[in-house]
Design a protein around this ligand. Structure first.
Ligand SMILES: [Zn+2]
Ligand SMILES: [Zn+2]
Length: 328
């Protein structure tokens, strides 16, 4: 099969022919149709995440159809459409797994990082971590649901019932989360790179009541701020924008250092929390929401061989919505 490989040194992926993977017991063999390109993929190829499998096939927003079943698989049949997310394996017995916090598992496997992912024509995945996908989305539209949507949803969930939400960084995750927040009756304010009027128009089209630069103050104090841009300087900025008791949720796996700030900005029970990974429960809850409300998924499509261009466009902020690779 054709695959794009990260060899662990250069951020540039190499196109190669590699042997088809073979499903082990409990695994699905999947014909990949589409795979989303996530900011985490950039952190992998740029070396911000330091322990990748080498060589690695990146990609953890995989949509395809089941081609074959490993021994003992239940719940899927050949021909089923299936989605594969970032969480690819958990140990099931560490203190976190046992307390329903498998997103924090001590011995996890992550798709497209420690396990080969979906920048390829075929992949294998542990069936216990795969999802059936809502029918109303095409393969390309469904791909960003698997991380941008799903981990975005966990980020929103950590904001509790905050009625007034600010979203910093209006890319793939934000454009889905903003719609979910609107369906829940929350007010959404969007913060983009200063002067990025294109992204601000995009945010308003998807229901943001206001959109401005990350250096601007929102029209009213926020109850929570969700950070999807990997920029540590936004943490104190967001703290200043949240009201007493407000929460700043950092939704990315990697962020530049957070500059120091006066304790007064944190005072009055403001909180800063990070989001790590996902649980299968998050996946089921989010896919139910995506099935109930048809979300508008904005994508830019690239053939598999142009994965490097997709990553470069994401890095340089040239995308509106999500980049998705297609395999045929
Ligand atoms: Zn565990
Ligand atoms: Zn991701």
């Amino acid at each position: 099969m054709r695959a794009m490989l990260f060899d662990g040194t250069s951020p540039r992926l190499r196109e190669a022919d590699v042997p088809d993977p073979v499903p082990a017991a409990g695994e699905l063999l999947i014909d990949v149709h589409a795979c989303g390109v996530c900011r985490t993929d950039l952190h992998v190829v740029d070396g911000d995440l330091t322990q990748p499998k080498r060589p690695l096939i990146p990609g953890h927003e995989i949509v395809g159809t089941v081609a074959a079943l490993g021994v003992g698989v239940t719940g899927f049949a050949p021909g089923d459409r299936v989605g594969v997310p970032w969480l690819g394996h958990t140990c099931g017995h560490c203190r976190f797994c046992q307390r329903g916090r498998e997103n924090l598992c001590d011995a996890p496997g992550f798709t497209g990082y420690t396990i080969d992912g979906g920048y390829a024509q075929r992949t294998v995945a542990d069936a216990h971590y795969c999802f059936h996908l809502p029918r109303q989305y095409s393969d390309v539209e469904a791909a960003p649901l698997l991380c941008a949507g799903l981990i975005g949803y966990r980020t929103l969930a950590l904001a509790g019932d905050a009625p007034c939400i600010g979203i910093y960084g209006f890319g793939a995750a934000a454009h889905i989360v903003a719609q979910v927040a609107r369906h829940e009756g929350r007010t959404v304010y969007a913060f983009t790179r200063p002067g990025d009027h294109n992204a601000q128009r995009f945010a308003r089209r998807l229901g943001a009541a206001w959109a401005g630069g990350s250096d601007e103050a929102p029209p009213e104090p926020l109850d929570a701020a969700l950070l999807f841009a990997p920029v540590g300087a936004l943490v104190p900025a967001a703290l200043r924008a949240v009201a007493k008791g407000g929460t700043v949720v950092c939704g990315g796996i990697h962020m530049s250092d957070i500059p120091s700030f006066p304790y007064a900005w944190l005072w009055e029970e403001r909180r800063i929390v990070s989001v790590a990974n996902l649980t299968r429960e998050d996946g089921a809850a989010f896919m139910a929401i995506a099935a109930r409300h048809t979300l508008e998924i904005e994508t830019t499509v690239y053939p598999l061989a142009r994965a490097n261009d997709a990553l470069a466009d994401l890095r340089d902020g040239r995308l509106t919505g999500a980049a998705v690779l297609t395999m045929r």
